[in-house]
Design a protein around this ligand. Structure first.
Ligand SMILES: *Cc1c(COP(=O)(O)O)cnc(C)c1O
Length: 408
């Protein structure tokens, strides 16, 4: 396709850095010269004549046709995220789960085999095991941190390795580079769910990942306003394998504008929320009512060195900790800490400027059996805090209120 048949690009220096791309990449302004990106609320686009319409429907010319396939606001977000992840292309989806659904529909068929960490997002496990299991795609679930389990699980029909790092809520880190080598040696692809770090902390493509999954719902929007998702990767995967599925299946993104504007502040939010999370984690480590704290920037984190090398020296904004107590006493203590908060939002979402607090074993991991939960390290006393942008001293005080009740 010649350049005059393509949608034009924003003129940026070829060496523009991530934070510049986060603000500037997208589409050129319309003839009206708007400085803030326009929101195109139009389900279809008018074609100049029948022959051009035919060329555009046949993909011989790039243009906006129908919003299930393409929309200028969505394209702006896709170009921005692709530039930030350092991939050729990106496709926006209606949610993070829709991104994983699209990935599997586009890349897998009956008889294919997938290897996935046991510690990934719960709905990802349900989707792979339940829904795709039903269609004859088998998934082996392996350790998040033991690379040899991934290697040993390879079969002749393995097509996809699926990783998420760090994980929710225990922030366990896997070695993206090592997993990419295992995948490629077997002729398979590595997909990494980069939701917790975002490209401002971690760029999986640079470490060898083939496709990157995003829940735009989390840090990309960053203010808890929308459900959105995306897949980044090379053109031969995004354009040839995934766009055709999107055209027929329609898990299209409609909230791209909110995510697009959220991404402009992504790096400063991630840096600041990571820094505050570490400060909170260090404070929690000193509280006598707290048994254990999980955050990748803590020296006590089992994959601390790997996390710091892989995540741009930052731990991310999620801190989890276990309050003291056995069994149901631990659960009561965790509930007491959560219920004593006056600032934190009691909600399972994360990636918001508002700090959120969750009891994983009764919410996000509530559908598992107690045995499955314990195998995954989800204790009854475990609390997850996704640190936002309030003054961290106020968040410490908010947690101290409940912690003090435990010792009383
Ligand atoms: C939230 C989340 C998802 C799913 O994203 P939705 O936008 O809620 O569909 C996938 N992976 C991870 C790691 C998440 O935290």
């Amino acid at each position: 396709m010649s350049d005059d048949k393509k949608i034009p690009r924003v003129q940026l220096p070829p060496d523009a850095r991530l934070d510049t791309l986060a603000v500037r990449e997208g589409l050129p302004a319309s003839p009206w010269g708007e400085n803030s990106e326009a929101l195109f609320l139009s389900s279809s686009f008018v074609q100049p004549d029948a022959a051009t319409a035919a060329a555009r429907f046949a993909n011989e010319e790039e243009a906006f046709v129908y919003t299930r396939f393409t929309n200028p606001t969505v394209t702006m977000m896709e170009r921005r995220l692709a530039a930030m992840e350092g991939t050729e292309a990106c496709i926006g989806t209606s949610s993070g789960m829709a991104a994983i659904l699209l990935l599997c529909m586009g890349l897998l068929k009956v008889g294919d085999h997938v290897i996935c960490s046991r510690s990934v997002f719960g709905s990802t496990i349900k989707l792979l095991q339940g829904e795709f299991g039903k269609f004859g795609v088998h998934t082996s679930f392996v350790s998040q941190t033991d690379v040899s389990e991934w290697r040993d699980a390879i079969q002749p029909n393995t097509r996809l390795l699926f990783a998420e790092t760090p994980t929710n809520p225990l922030t366990e880190v896997c070695d993206i580079k090592a997993l990419a080598e295992i995948a490629h040696a077997a002729g398979a692809l590595l997909a990494v769910d980069n939701c917790f770090c975002s490209p401002s902390l971690q760029k999986p493509a640079e470490l060898g990942a083939d496709v990157i999954i995003h829940s735009g719902t989390k840090y990309l929007d960053g203010q808890g306003r929308v459900i959105a998702g995306a897949i980044c990767g090379p053109e031969h995967i995004i354009n040839d394998k995934l766009v055709p599925v999107m055209r027929s299946a329609g898990m299209s993104l409609s909230n791209a504008w909110v995510v697009l504007k959220g991404m402009e502040t992504l790096s400063i939010r991630m840096r600041e929320q990571s820094r505050r999370a570490l400060e909170l984690a260090q404070w929690l480590e000193q509280q006598p009512q707290v048994q254990r704290v999980y955050h990748p920037s803590l020296r006590s984190h089992p994959q601390h060195e790997l996390a710091m090398a892989q995540q741009n020296g930052q731990g991310g904004a999620v801190v989890s900790f276990i309050v003291q107590g056995d069994g149901l006493a631990a659960r009561a203590n965790a509930f007491a800490v959560i219920d004593a908060t006056q600032i934190c939002s009691i909600t399972a979402n994360l990636g918001d400027t508002k700090t959120t607090i969750t009891h994983p074993s009764s919410t996000t991991h509530g559908r598992l059996t107690e045995e499955q939960r314990l195998a995954a390290g989800i204790a009854q006393g475990l609390i997850r805090v996704a640190v936002g942008l309030e003054d961290i001293e106020d968040i410490k005080a908010d947690l101290a209120r409940g912690l003090q009740k435990i010792s009383a």
